[in-house]
Structure formats: C-alpha cells, structure tokens
Write a new protein. Structure first.
Lengths: 237, 120
C-alpha cells in the first residue's frame, strides 16, 4: 500500500499525468459523442473539461501541476492558428469571388458578437477588466488571449470565455438555425466559425463538409479582422 | 516525414510572425502574422504538400487543443461564484446574437448573388 501511494505521488507530479489524463479523457469523450449520434449536448470538449476539472478537484491536484503536462497540447494552438492558412488557401477562388460578402458578414457578425457581449455585461454591472476580457471571446482562444492582453483584459480569463463561447455555439447553434429556418449549410457554417471559432467549426465540420469549409473560412477571417481591428476600437474606451 | 516537414514549416512561419511582431511593435498576435506569411508561402509546391498533410491532421483535432485552457475555469472559482450567472447570460446571449447576425448577413449576400440559385 505504501508503495502504491508513493507510486501515485510520483506519477501525479510528472508532466505525464496531465498529458495522459487529457488525451485519454478526450478519446473517451469523443467515442461517447460518436455513440450518441453526435448529439450537440454530448460535445466532447465540454465533457472532457468537466471530467478533468472534477478529477483534479477530487484528487487535490493544483491546476499548474496539471498544466505542466497539458501544456504540450496547449502549445499546438499556435501552429494550429498558422495552419488556418491551409483551408483559406484551398478556398482562395471562392474567397476572391465572394470577398465582399465574406468580409462584411464576418465584420458585422463578429462586431455584433463582441459589442453585444460588452454591452450586456456593462448593463449587468460586470467590472471593467471582465468586460475587456469578454470583448474578444468570439475569436479562437490563443488569439483571444493575445487581444485581451493588448486591450487590458485578463488573458487566462479571455481564453476561458472563448472556450465557453465556442461550446455555446456548438451546442445550441443547430436549434437556433432550425428556429430561424431557410439557412444554407454555408451560412450555418460561416456563422459558427465567426461567432464560436474553432469549437463551433469542429462541430460544423462533423455535420457537413460545406458547413465545415465555410466555418474554417470564417475562423481565419475572424482571426485577422479581430486581431487587426479590436485593439484600435478598444482605444476609444 | 511529410508530417514533420509540414510541422517545421508551421513553426517557421509562427516564429517569423513572432519576430516581426516584436520587431515592428505590431498590435497582432504572432501566430496570426505567421498565418498570413504561410498564406503567401503556400504558392510554393515545397511548402504546400507537407503543410496540407499536417494542417488537415491538426485542424481535425482542433477542439482537443482547447481542453487545457478550458480546465483553467477551475482556477477562477472566486470570479465565477461572484459573477458566474451574469457572465453565463452575457456569453449565451452575445453568442446567439453573433450567430444570428452572421447567418442572416451571409444568407442575404448569397441570395443577392444568385437570385435564382437553389437554397438548401
């Protein structure tokens, strides 16, 4: 028994623990998601995060110790943002042909998401640093962190808001679109990529190839628009 | 091997982006500049085929990459208990507003572009 405790103490302090726990939990969550017919509420990111948070809390593992292993996955967000150039390149002729529609829909939609977050948060009396962390929430987490840093928010909080925003879109998007009606797969995918970045795009990609392509497009457009414009707009406030 | 070469290109573009942002003092995240650099570099065949392989693999599992940050919610329990419900209201409502506005905007544009085209 003593040996077992020592073994656990050793294992739980190495980076191996955080990395293994993350990937194993995600693989299980992904398998359940498939088995449940990709139901929106069975979203694998949501359940992986919940299971890991409960696991860490119950075992008394502090977040930094978990992150020492999980950082290897977290690091890949940077190269993943760079890799977004690939879906943009693949659809470059479409991008050129519909440049105005795509840029305007991305700009207005992204602005509506960010401005409404700040406005509703302000009306509900949230403190300013929370508002500044909420503004970039529709942009993919690593970029949202960078923007929050620029405009005086809390990067770690901005990343959490971005993940929650992604989950809200991925889980409720289908019902919202069905309620509006008459929306093509392109419009659905583009909206998911614009308002709920990578997590919304991952959902769109699983549902339909057309929706996935437009979600990837929207994701890349939103990253560039938000990173360029948001620090400029934030200067007025 | 193509996967490794592709990853090398991604990391090189990201590094170049970080260097440019630091040197130029641009208000842009390094990876975003890296993405723009890669968008130009993809004209070259040596870049295109390895990057395509690794980008497809990386973007297929994009949602896994958000997990470590997402678990970080547990470190903000204080803020969550003080403002949790209000923050949730903000996030849900603003995400819906963003989704509706974007979807309707694009639908309007695509219909104008092809008034006789099929709408599915």
């Amino acid at each position: 028994m003593q040996d077992f405790v020592q073994l656990w103490v050793y294992l739980s302090t190495t980076p191996l623990f955080g990395l293994t726990a993350t990937i194993v939990t995600y693989v299980l969550a992904q398998a359940s998601y498939q088995r449940l017919g990709q139901a929106p509420w069975a979203n694998p990111v949501l359940w992986t995060v919940l299971v890991l948070a409960v696991l860490l809390t119950l075992s008394g593992t502090p977040y930094p110790r978990y992150f020492s292993g999980a950082q290897f996955i977290h690091f890949l967000l940077g190269p993943a943002v760079v890799a977004l150039a690939w879906p943009l390149w693949q659809r470059r002729s479409e991008l050129r042909r519909r440049a105005v529609a795509i840029a305007l829909a991305g700009l207005v939609g992204g602005a509506a998401a960010g401005a409404s977050a700040v406005a509703i948060g302000w009306a509900l009396g949230l403190p300013e640093e929370l508002l500044r962390s909420l503004a970039p929430k529709s942009v993919t987490a690593p970029v949202a962190m960078g923007i929050a840093e620029q405009i005086g928010g809390i990067p770690a909080l901005a990343a959490v808001f971005a993940v929650l925003t992604g989950l809200v879109g991925a889980i409720s998007g289908k019902y919202l679109f069905d309620a509006i009606g008459g929306l093509s797969m392109q419009a659905r995918g583009f909206a998911l990529g614009t308002a709920s970045h990578g997590i919304g795009a991952a959902r769109a990609l699983q549902v339909n190839a057309d929706a996935g392509a437009y979600a990837g497009l929207a994701l890349g457009v939103q990253v560039v628009l938000a990173a360029l414009l948001m620090p400029l707009v934030a200067r007025w406030f | 091997m193509p996967i490794l070469t592709g990853l090398a290109w991604l990391l090189l573009c990201q590094s170049a982006g970080e260097v440019l942002v630091r040197l130029g003092g641009w208000p842009l995240p390094g990876p975003v500049v890296g993405m723009l650099i890669l968008l130009f570099a993809l004209r070259l065949e040596v870049v295109r085929s390895p990057v395509g392989a690794v980008a497809d693999a990386l973007l297929a599992h994009l949602s896994l990459l958000f997990v470590p940050v997402g678990v970080g919610v547990m470190t903000h329990v204080g803020l969550l208990s003080a403002y949790g419900l209000r923050m949730l209201v903000v996030i849900v409502l603003s995400t819906w507003i963003g989704l509706i506005v974007t979807a309707l905007m694009l639908r309007w544009f695509l219909r104008r572009e092809a008034p006789t085209g099929p709408q599915s």
